[in-house]
Design a protein around this ligand. Structure first.
Ligand code: NAI
Ligand code: MG
Length: 491
């Protein structure tokens, strides 16, 4: 059964009984329209596309395909709401609406968690314990800022930008919507948001909450579609700000499109984070951190710890313990509460990941995968590590966005640091050591927006997030996240 002689014996021969989360408490329409001007409206051309469950390949619902005309309607609705009720409203009132969204999201969290797992393939444990609570936390946090913006930027005049166009990816669908919408509204803007084409459902469910919460029509508009719909938002002349999270490739297209315009923008792009383990670290904890860093959410995480650097004297122990731990990871039904690793988000993403697995072997690296069984239908990738890699390998340099880890070693702190910084990206990193001084040295010199010490993948709405180099432009979250949605002027 196991291809590792070190597999934990206690895991041989038995499995946890399935513990699926029930789906009978959710109601999902078969067809979703666009949410424009406070109403669900049919797309202009009457075209719809399917979103599927990547764990079963079954269709879940069809979703409106927004054309340029639909995007224009949404921007007009957002402009009207901005010029009308939203900018005239007292800031404290604006805050109340955002608090209301946060509370309604909490009340419906179970339903949202199930829909997130159905539509995107992530384990229910993550959508239930991370995505949905964090999304609500972002609305709570930014609601509190709505009437305190002068205190956030003392001595300066603050004003909303106007209409924000927001485009988000499929890895944290509701959470990314919250990251984008909450600060925009708190700062007095109105929004047109486009979720990713493979995971549009929780954003559309959020539109229902926006409607029930009684926000003035047009303050939040949700349009669905693929890249063309996104481009129509970016290129719309009456959009004042573009916020994008997704691939570096599309980020570049957007940056080019916006060059020379007066639109403000923030881009959260790819990553190739280094997780750096010194020999003096608590190794068992570090192994958990590696697992959390790269196998969490199938590695569909821009700040995933996809490069591991282990101090040479500890590498044998770390790799042995990591392989043992990988054997115990449960891959399968995202709705099962025991599942550690869910489905890969789409057929296309699975193809990308698999092409990197072949490439890694062609490059001469040694591949190891856990021996767990995977379901027959759906898109799956076993947790995978590569050893014997070098800095120039493409699997070390490029973002794979799957549960795939490349392992290298270092001897001195300086060598670890220079290897870790040798990447076009700079979103995040992790350092594991018993010594505070090493943590400070590393965190000062790692060229990455977020560096975790003796932990990994921890998020909080009060903390800014964003990249160096090709990982992006601007910050989201915390006080810094307000800046991106305001005009700041000297008094
Ligand atoms: P993508 O960048 O194409 O998609 C992200 C969002 O941008 C989606 O809503 C998409 O519809 C939209 N979009 C696509 N083309 C656009 C355009 N020309 N103008 C405006 N919006 C556009 O990412 P994709 O193809 O889904 O994934 C490809 C790779 O990107 C992944 O393998 C991964 O490496 C990386 N990625 C990074 C993410 C991050 O959080 N940094 C999130 C998703 C993907
Ligand atoms: Mg889907």
């Amino acid at each position: 059964m196991h291809n590792s002689p070190n597999s934990l014996a206690f895991n041989d021969g038995w499995q946890y009984a399935p513990a699926p989360e029930s789906t009978d408490h959710i109601s999902l329409e078969k067809q979703f329209d666009l949410f424009i001007g406070g109403k669900f409206v049919a797309p202009e051309e009457g075209r719809y596309f399917e979103t599927i469950n990547p764990a079963t390949e079954e269709q879940i619902a069809s979703v409106g395909l927004a054309t340029q005309t639909d995007v224009d309607r949404a921007v007009k609705a957002a402009r009207k709401a901005f010029a009308g009720p939203w900018s005239k409203m007292k800031a404290a009132e604006r805050g109340k609406y955002i608090y209301r969204i946060a509370r309604m999201l909490q009340e419906r969290s179970r339903e949202f968690a199930v829909i997130e797992s159905l539509d995107g393939g992530k384990p229910i444990r993550e959508s239930r314990d991370i995505d949905i609570p964090l999304a609500a936390a972002h609305f709570f946090y930014y609601a509190g800022w709505a009437d305190k913006l002068e205190y956030a930027f003392p001595g300066r005049n603050v004003a909303a930008l106007g209409v924000a166009g927001q485009i988000i990816p499929w890895n944290f669908p509701l959470l990314m919507a919250a990251w984008k919408i909450a600060p925009a509204l708190a700062c007095g803007n109105t929004v047109v948001l486009k979720p990713a084409e493979s995971t549009p459902l929780t954003a559309l469910k959020l539109a229902e909450i926006v409607q029930e919460a009684g926000l003035p029509p047009g303050v939040v508009n949700i349009v669905t579609g693929a890249g063309e719909t996104g481009a129509a938002i970016v290129n719309h002349a009456d959009v004042d700000k573009v916020a994008f999270t997704g691939s570096t490739e599309v980020g570049r297209i957007i940056q080019r499109a916006l060059a020379g315009t007066s639109k403000k923008y923030t881009l959260e792009l790819g990553g190739k984070a280094a997780n750096i383990i010194f020999a003096d670290a608590a190794i068992d904890q570090a192994v958990e951190g590696i697992v959390n860093g790269i196998f969490f959410n199938q590695g569909h995480v821009c700040c995933a710890g996809s490069r591991l650097f282990v101090q040479e004297s500890a590498v044998d122990e770390v790799v042995r313990k990591l392989k043992d731990r990988m054997e115990t990871l449960i891959i399968g039904d995202p709705l099962d509460k025991n599942t550690d690793i869910g489905a890969i988000n789409s057929a296309g993403q699975l193809e990308t990941i698999e092409s990197y697995l072949s490439l890694g072997r062609e490059e001469g690296a040694e591949m190891y995968q856990s021996s767990c069984a995977v379901p027959e239908r759906g898109y799956w990738c076993r947790p995978t590590i590569f050893t014997g890699v070098s800095q120039s390998n493409r699997i070390v340099q490029e973002e794979i966005f799957g549960p795939v880890l490349a392992i290298q070693t270092f001897r001195t702190l300086e060598e670890g640091l220079s290897k870790a910084n040798n990447t076009p990206y700079g979103l995040s990193g992790g350092v594991w050591t018993d010594k505070g001084a090493k943590i400070f040295k590393m965190t000062q010199k790692l060229r990455a927006g977020v560096v975790w010490a003796n932990t990994f993948n921890k998020f909080d709405p009060t903390s800014p997030f964003g990249g160096y180099k090709e990982s992006g432009v601007g910050r989201e979250g915390g006080l810094h996240g307000l800046d991106a949605y305001l005009k700041l002027e000297a008094r």
